[in-house]
Write a protein that binds this ligand. Structure first.
Ligand SMILES: [Zn+2]
Length: 73
């Protein structure tokens, strides 16, 4: 399989780099959710807009928004 974001060879939907970024996004979301009642989609939009977000995370967030996946599973 190939990473659906960058096309690198991967075991699953994402390569190691994007998978790591995805896991970090989900972890950070749990913390955000404790503080504010933000939805997954709103959260992803914030990530994409945030200039301090790393490129890997930003690419993952954009991809998830495009796919329209509602919740982190
Ligand atoms: Zn990738």
């Amino acid at each position: 399989m190939k990473c659906s974001i960058c096309g690198r060879k991967s075991e699953g939907e994402f390569c190691d780099y994007h998978l790591l970024a995805y896991r970090k996004l989900k972890e950070a979301y749990v913390k955000w959710k404790e503080a504010t009642d933000i939805s997954w989609t709103e959260y992803l939009s914030e990530i994409v807009k945030n200039p301090f977000t790393g490129e890997w995370s930003k690419e993952v967030a954009k991809k998830l928004l495009e796919d329209g996946k509602d919740e982190a599973k």
